[in-house]
Design a protein around this ligand. Structure first.
Ligand code: PEP
Ligand code: MN
Length: 369
């Protein structure tokens, strides 16, 4: 078992996609394919290369939700027979995005193997309900991308809506969150959200989409490796035979050859914690961490006692608990001190925000007594 309790054999991938051959699951598990289907030639050229590289589950968008109008919005049902043909020709399975009951109906008629719900749909409970209702009584794997905004409830809620109509093969895709400040990523990864997701739904397959997080080819590998280090179950990566000429998401797609190289460069860190002489090799270090955490709590408790003393003084002298200048001084100095200890100033600022909040709460309670 993995240290966090996740099995390292990806058994849930097997349950999610029972039609994929064991030998083709790969390590890490990869779903790859073009952002959009554009022409029969583009599809064939891309898929022939991906299939030759051992990829057994292809992604291909035919209905493309674009944030702004006048871009290419997909070929729709026209492209479905091409995908059907490719399935036969290359022995691959195919995943498409659906956003309406009509898309679902069309995709099922065309024998698509996997459906995914895009970020702009997950955000809307009406849309998710419509998709879910159209899938009542159907046994097909559905992958749910996180909503565009960092709202874990919407992501979990979309999955629950699918579960309510009886779907049992459900997985999640982390594709990052819209932002206006993060200039590095197209969509901020906000890794704490998928980690929280994993904590709440540990039994669900969680796949990372480094393409839509990074928005740029050069960043895809770093994001993918980060995801593997966090023990994601697999990756979904966009690949196009001529990425620069792609009709959608040109900057982030990888040629099949580049994707193949990237997959060889990634390191899967899913090793077991092998006991040495009956002991878990991490036990000793963890014992030390336990001691340090205890010491941290003692120091914190000392700090809170001092706060009570301040509270007493403020009460006797009729001084308000919250003093803006003091708070500003703390917020500036502590992150600055953090640097000398090689600590992340942002994390330290956050920590002191919490500590100060508690300190103010305690003082107000004290003063009111
Ligand atoms: C896509 O997968 O091409 C897509 C539109 O993704 P998202 O829903 O994550 O934006
Ligand atoms: Mn895309």
């Amino acid at each position: 078992m993995h240290p966090l309790g996740f099995s390292d054999m990806n058994p849930s991938i097997k349950q999610l996609f029972p039609f994929l051959e064991d030998s083709k699951l790969g390590s890490p598990f990869l779903i790859a394919g073009p952002c959009s289907v554009e022409t029969p030639e583009q599809l064939d050229s891309t898929l022939s290369q991906l299939a030759a590289n051992g990829i057994s589950l292809i992604r291909a968008g035919v209905w493309k939700p674009r944030t702004r109008p006048n871009g290419f919005e997909g070929l729709g049902s026209l492209a479905l027979p091409w995908l059907q043909e490719a399935k036969k020709k290359y022995g691959v399975k195919v995943a498409v995005e659906v956003a309406t009951a009509y898309h679902v109906e069309e995709a099922l008629k065309a024998e698509m193997d996997v459906l995914w719900i895009g970020a702009r749909s997950t955000v809307n409970p009406f849309t998710v309900t419509e998709i879910a209702e159209s899938l009542r009584g159907v046994d097909i794997p559905v992958l749910v991308k996180n909503p565009i905004n960092p709202d874990l409830g919407l992501w979990l809620g979309a999955i629950e809506r699918l579960e309510q109509v009886g779907l049992r093969r459900i997985g999640a895709i982390h594709r990052g969150f819209s932002n206006f400040r993060d200039t590095t990523h197209r969509n901020s990864p906000m890794w704490e959200l998928p980690i929280e997701f994993r904590t709440l739904r540990p039994e669900l397959v969680l796949i990372n989409d480094p393409s839509h997080i990074s928005g740029k080819r050069a960043l895809v590998k770093g994001i993918a490796q980060h995801a593997l280090d966090l023990n994601f179950d697999g990756l979904m990566i966009e690949s196009h035979c001529h990425p620069d000429q792609a009709w959608t998401d040109a900057a982030q797609q990888l040629s099949p050859a580049d994707l193949n190289q990237l997959m060889h460069e990634l390191v899967s860190r899913n090793g077991d914690l092998k006991p040495k002489d009956g002991l878990n090799p991490l036990d000793e270090i963890r014992k030390q961490i336990d001691e340090v955490d205890r010491a941290l709590l003692e120091v914190l408790s000392r700090r809170m006692h001092l706060v009570e003393n301040i509270g007493t003084y403020k009460k006797e002298n009729n001084v308000a608990a919250f003093q803006l200048e003091r708070w500003q001084e703390i917020l500036h100095s502590r992150p600055d001190w953090a640097k000398a200890f090689q600590l992340n100033p942002e994390v330290v600022a956050e920590l002191f925000r919490i500590i100060h909040q508690e300190s103010i709460r305690k003082q107000t309670e004290w003063i009111a007594k």
